[in-house]
Design a protein around this ligand. Structure first.
Ligand SMILES: [Zn+2]
Ligand SMILES: [Zn+2]
Length: 228
């Protein structure tokens, strides 16, 4: 097995295709983002709403000031660039065993920041599992549940519509409005933590949070592997 980032051989007993030299810094960055490691300066100032690097801004970033997001906060563990981006792209392309690496970092962040709260995975687009055979968010959620004993509730469903990535920012938000709803007969946890892989515009998380709040959630935070 070779490392998906640098191509070097991975230790034979490795659970996932990342070498120690590539996994270490990613894990350090994730633990720092979760407040589990002292600030190293690697993670810059962050927007308190979406968690993205906020450069010199104070308070919410420009987008969050006007976006009207329905989630209360989002915590990305990694910046979606460099090695993190390479690992995530490889994961999405089918290296499913990387789920084990991401789940480890997410479990640590959950216990530090959102202890005892139920996790709600962002649901895949209709037809995705039939098409791809798996879903990257669900794969991680399953490991959180089985290996780390985290409560995962799959209460959201998603309607069809144009592919998000083919749309601009405004169109994404409009496309997502009403596109997520609760499964029939499901109820929302009081303070769910949404789980997604990559945060881009926040439109999907916002639509999910909206559905959960309409179903009684008092507060909805989000934990994501990476944000661009
Ligand atoms: Zn490597
Ligand atoms: Zn923001």
């Amino acid at each position: 097995m070779r490392c998906v980032v640098c191509g070097l051989p991975v230790e034979p007993d490795g659970r996932y295709p990342l070498c120690a030299g590539c996994a270490g810094p990613l894990l350090d960055e994730a633990l720092e983002s979760a407040g589990l490691a002292p600030p190293s300066g690697r993670a810059s100032a962050r927007c308190p709403v979406c968690g993205k690097a906020a450069f010199s801004e104070i308070g919410p970033c420009m987008r969050c000031r006007t976006a009207g997001y329905r989630f209360d906060s989002a915590l990305p563990l990694l910046r979606y660039s460099g090695d993190a981006r390479a690992a995530l792209l490889s994961y999405k392309a089918g290296r499913t065993s990387l789920a084990s690496f991401f789940a480890g970092a997410l479990a640590a962040a959950l216990s530090e920041r959102f202890a005892g709260r139920a996790v709600v995975p962002v649901p895949p687009r209709p037809g995705k599992i039939r098409r791809d055979g798996w879903d990257q968010v669900e794969r991680v959620a399953g490991i959180l549940e089985r290996r780390y004993g985290i409560v995962v509730v799959r209460v959201l469903r998603r309607a069809g519509g144009p592919q998000q990535k083919s749309l601009g920012l405004e169109a994404r938000a409009a496309n997502m409005r009403g596109a997520v709803s609760l499964r029939r007969g499901a109820t929302s946890p009081l303070e769910p933590v949404l789980l997604d892989d990559v945060l881009t515009t926040g439109a999907t998380l916002s639509a999910c949070a909206d559905a959960l709040k309409a179903a009684g959630a008092a507060r909805v935070d989000a934990l994501v592997i990476a944000a661009d």
